[in-house]
Design a protein around this ligand. Structure first.
Ligand code: AMP
Length: 428
């Protein structure tokens, strides 16, 4: 009996691990530059954290959550996104009593019961940030700058940054009324999903991919024309800082995002290179009421999340090469001609690993040309051969697999020569 992994999940190994490591390392290095520190929250929370945080009428809460009762009958949910959990933790642990804004980042697996397709999975990884406790538009601009910088550092060139404002609760309430008025005469022509959204989560009609709905919405009133003075100024200030930073963006007046908690600035980064409904690599927005709703003080906040798998898929599709860590380029494969030489082999392995040089050994040779072929195929730069002569006289034969030059060094007197070989790519 061979088992399959559950629908919408994946196993990662080989090349994909290199991409995952690279994306995580690039993100962490950048977050540190912007003074974000890591937070790790549980993979599951009490269900109310999400139903309350994300909104009862959102697609995620209505259709996509993995919710179950534990043995004591408590309703738990595998986290479908990061923000609600982070906010729960910040309020519970009173992390807001430190210097504000509190800048946090997270990396972890999320779970949504969606219809799986390329770039859309039931278990996926998100990398996200939250800046808690500032309503300054400079923080919005800085978060967007960080998102932009992240994709730049990953090697992307052709991405588009969409930004919009969905206003504060006041201007949004007025606008939604207007939008519902506008949609009324078209009710029969709208798809079933959009019909259902009206009155509950009306703004989400802008997310609809069905052409008839899109045509109807093309002439709908735009929220940007109905923002209150203060929301209008907020958005204008975000734009002017982005201009100073020389970041290109598009004011997309039809952009809405799937969670109820968003207010004012929302943004999304999409790829022009994939013609797909799954072209959003990441997105986020401001949430000015969520902390209070979770029992904390009134603290305006902003965050974003990117999808790791979607980012990886696109990097692979576009042929974006990983910038390899230079220290990892050179590595040694030790070929031992006999089991008897293990004590010597382990001495060398210990020395190399202590000095952070990637190395491995076959321990027990079967066929030397096969071993050399294996080392080459697996990307080792050098092989170290230990035969009878080497073992008896404390020597190491080193073969450079790039140019097939060979030399012998003394283990006792020339250890540093061995290290230099791996530390300096030009050393011959
Ligand atoms: P969201 O939390 O819905 O705003 O999504 C943020 C990012 O997470 C998206 O832009 C995607 O890159 C990624 N993402 C969201 N849902 C999925 C999914 N079901 N499968 C893979 N990636 C996803």
């Amino acid at each position: 009996m061979i088992y399959n992994s559950p629908r919408g999940t994946s196993d990662y190994f080989g090349e994909s691990i290199k991409y995952i490591d690279f994306i995580i390392k690039t993100s962490k290095d950048l977050f540190k530059l912007y003074n974000y520190s890591e937070i790790i929250t549980p993979h599951f929370e009490y269900t109310e954290v999400f139903s309350r945080g994300i909104g009862e009428n959102s697609d995620i809460v209505k259709k996509e959550m993995y919710t179950f009762l534990d043995k004591k009958g408590r309703s738990l949910t595998l986290r479908p996104e990061g923000t609600a959990s982070v906010v729960r933790a910040v309020v519970e642990r009173k992390l807001y009593s430190e210097n504000l804004p509190l800048k946090l980042f997270y990396i972890g697996n999320m779970f949504r019961y969606e219809k799986p397709q390329k770039g859309r999975m039931r278990e996926f990884k998100q990398i996200g940030i939250e800046a808690i406790g500032s309503d300054n538009p400079a923080i919005d601009a800085e978060a967007i700058w960080l998102l932009h910088n992240l994709f730049d550092n990953l090697g992307f060139k052709n991405l588009v940054l969409y930004i919009n404002s969905i206003g504060c609760s006041e201007c949004r309430r007025n606008y939604i009324k207007l939008l519902e008025e506008y949609l009324k005469p078209y009710n029969e022509q709208l798809c079933d999903d959009c019909k259902n959204r009206i009155g509950k989560n009306t703004l989400r009609v802008f997310d609809c991919k069905i052409q008839t709905c899109k045509n109807i919405l093309a002439n709908a009133p735009k929220i940007s024309n109905y923002l209150c003075e203060s929301c209008r100024k907020h958005l204008k200030d975000v734009f002017s800082i982005l201009d100073i930073l020389d970041i290109k963006y598009v004011h997309n007046e039809n952009l809405v995002r799937g969670f109820d908690y968003y207010t004012r600035t929302i943004f999304e980064i999409i790829s022009k290179d994939i013609d797909s409904t799954q072209n959003a690599l990441g997105g986020g927005g401001r949430y000015d009421y969520l902390i209070k709703e979770f029992g904390g003080p009134e603290l305006s906040s902003i965050g974003f999340a990117i999808g790791l798998e979607r980012t990886m898929l696109l990097m692979q599709e576009l042929g974006i090469r990983l910038k390899e860590d230079e220290n990892n380029l050179l590595s040694a494969y030790l070929i031992s001609m006999s089991n008897e030489f293990n004590s010597y082999i382990f001495k060398i392995l210990k020395f190399l690993r202590k000095n952070k040089i990637i190395c491995d050994s076959n321990f027990n040779i079967k066929n030397i040309s096969k071993e050399i072929k294996f080392a080459k195929l697996n990307g080792y730069s050098h092989i170290l051969i230990i035969g009878e002569d080497e073992f008896n006289n404390n020597l190491i034969t080193i073969k450079d697999l790039n140019n097939y030059t060979q030399m012998k060094i003394s283990w006792l007197d020339e250890k540093n020569k061995l290290l230099n070989l791996f530390k300096n790519p030009d050393y011959k």
